[in-house]
Design a protein around this ligand. Structure first.
Ligand code: MG
Ligand code: MG
Length: 273
């Protein structure tokens, strides 16, 4: 391991199995929230339901109390891209809602996010969500044993740029994950390939493109958390936690199917159980 690999936590298969349990809690909670979300509910309602669900599954919400964050979810609506503090905001027909969730099982973390629409939205909003989710999968698929972290970044950026004139947030990145939610290394959503720590079996990373319909300039609201587009354009955010397995495969720990369907469609060996 060279200097660039310092501080990267490599997990044993047993530790990864525990991260899978945390990942399934996150995946199931996001499904529950997506089914629950409807016009008239507040973002705080979604948050309360998620916290109860996470605890019912025997896990702990990782966002709650994180540097003073008061929710168990981030709920980011329309021009809010990420880190939306749940509260009194009432969901409305036509909203584009990003939900980010983290959970801890026996000290190990999972972290994932989805964006969905409430009712009918313009085609450009649907396209934004599709491109953002695809970019996440392309990024995960670019992670191969022996490669480098920014192979992921490059794949995300290449896909987004090929799809149209979108903004890619630069100051917010994916990250290593394990016994902490945010670990080394950062996983940027743009940049040249072949840089950063080497990708090895047992590494776990969260890949999370944050994409806008307008410019990539963002502001942080007075709550010190909610990140909004400066130009008021729509934002979307998808995230999964994945690992590379000792057999050379990829396992998406927060996807209910382990990512099998999406990975195989992209020609990647599925490494899950
Ligand atoms: Mg997250
Ligand atoms: Mg994350």
């Amino acid at each position: 391991m060279g200097w660039r690999d310092r501080g990267v936590q490599v997990k044993t298969p047993e530790q990864v199995a525990t991260m899978r349990r945390a990942g399934l809690v996150v995946g199931r909670t996001l499904e529950m929230v997506r089914d629950l979300a409807r016009p008239g509910l507040t973002t705080g309602d979604l948050d309360a339901a998620a916290e109860a669900h996470i605890r019912q599954l025997g896990a702990t919400p990782s966002f709650l109390g994180y540097h003073g964050f008061t929710g168990s979810l981030c709920v980011s609506v329309n021009e809010e891209v990420v880190h939306g503090m749940p509260g009194a905001r009432v969901l409305a027909e036509g909203d584009v809602v990003s939900v980010d969730c983290g959970a801890i099982v026996d000290g190990w973390h999972g972290d994932a996010a989805v964006t969905f629409a409430l009712g009918d939205v313009p085609d450009e909003a649907t396209e934004l969500m599709r491109v953002t989710e695809e970019a996440m999968w392309r990024g995960i698929a670019a992670a191969r044993p022996g490669g480098r972290v920014t192979d992921i970044s490059h794949a995300v950026e290449t896909h987004v740029r090929s799809a149209g004139d979108y903004g890619i947030l630069e100051d917010y990145t994916g990250h290593g994950i394990g016994t902490e939610m945010h670990q080394s290394p950062d996983v940027p959503n743009l940049g040249k390939p072949g840089r950063g720590p080497r990708l090895v079996a047992g590494l776990a990373l969260a890949v999370e493109p944050m994409i806008t319909l307008g410019s990539a300039d963002v502001d942080v609201l007075d709550d010190d958390w909610t990140v909004v587009t400066h130009d008021g354009s729509l934002g979307a955010h998808f995230e999964h936690t994945f690992t590379l397995t000792p057999d050379g495969g990829t396992w998406v720990l927060t996807a209910l199917d382990g990512g099998r369907q999406e990975l195989e469609a992209l020609g990647v060996t599925y490494g899950g159980g």
